[in-house]
Design a protein around this ligand. Structure first.
Ligand code: MN
Ligand code: MN
Length: 268
């Protein structure tokens, strides 16, 4: 159940209208990394989440994102200013004709779309999407801060930015508590699930925790190791419960002597 509390999470102050900045701030109202996207993403994820603790967190954060949408919308209305007498040089051009209220679009006027929402029914995957979403929201607020001198607006943005950092932290902590579950558990029983392929020649191959230690193996020259391109992953001596039978490697178009069967009517 939702109830309307006639208060805001943060009281919005705008010193004076600034339609140019209003256009930029629209990005966080109806844009891909904006507050509506965050609210809809966490809320729709929560409905498919069977872990009551994680569901509670998703719904708390979704509710806060709606409060952020309210704050950004309030700020937008004040930044646009009076809507009954919009001057000809009004720069918020896609708001000028539609009453001046905040539109559910991004800063370029593109309508908000559910395509922005990532909800995949796997808690581990969803929370990983959410940490990225929070970092992108924070990044846009950092850039918005550089585009205004309005003290009230800057203060609101700093508050929002701090809240997105806090959400990012909560999502990251939840991810570490869920290690080894969901899709993180279902790693294929394959040598290839922890292998780094050096797919470049020449100087400057980089090494780091992404390709050494941590149980990962490094293939310096995969073409030599696997007998050439198009042979990766093909077991040279299939045995046991493998899906492919001996001779599999011969029946491919990479084998010059392999004769691919033709559809009926094309044989000659
Ligand atoms: Mn937010
Ligand atoms: Mn957030």
């Amino acid at each position: 159940m939702f109830k309307h509390v006639k208060d805001m999470e943060y009281t919005v102050h705008v010193d004076k209208p600034d339609p140019r900045f209003a256009i930029l701030l629209l990005e966080q109202f109806g844009g891909g990394n904006g507050e509506l996207t965050a609210a809809m993403q966490y809320f729709s994820q929560s409905l498919g989440c069977n872990d009551p603790k994680i569901r509670d967190m998703l719904q708390d954060i979704a509710a806060e994102e709606l409060s952020h949408l309210e704050m950004v919308g309030e700020a937008l209305a004040m930044l646009v200013g009076g809507v009954n007498n919009i001057p000809k040089d009004f720069p918020a051009n896609h708001m000028a004709l539609l009453g001046g209220g905040p539109l559910l679009t991004n800063s370029g006027g593109e309508p908000w779309t559910a395509n922005y929402v990532n909800s995949n029914g796997d808690i581990y995957t969803d929370l990983t999407s959410n940490t990225g979403a929070e970092l992108r929201a924070k990044l846009i607020y950092e850039r918005l801060l550089q585009q205004t001198d309005d003290a009230g607006v800057k203060d609101m943005i700093r508050f929002l930015l701090s809240r997105e950092e806090s959400h990012n932290f909560s999502f990251m902590q939840a991810i570490s508590a869920l290690q080894g579950t969901g899709v993180d558990k279902d790693f294929r029983d394959s040598d290839f699930s922890k292998k780094y392929m050096n797919m470049s020649t020449g100087q400057g191959d980089s090494r780091g925790p992404w390709n050494q230690g941590n149980g990962i193996s490094y293939e310096t020259d995969p073409n030599v190791r696997y007998g050439g391109p198009a042979q990766y992953g093909k077991d040279p001596a299939p045995a046991g419960n493998r899906e492919v039978a001996p001779g599999y490697n011969d029946n491919t178009r990479n084998n010059p002597s392999y004769n691919q069967s033709q559809p009926p009517g094309q044989q000659h």
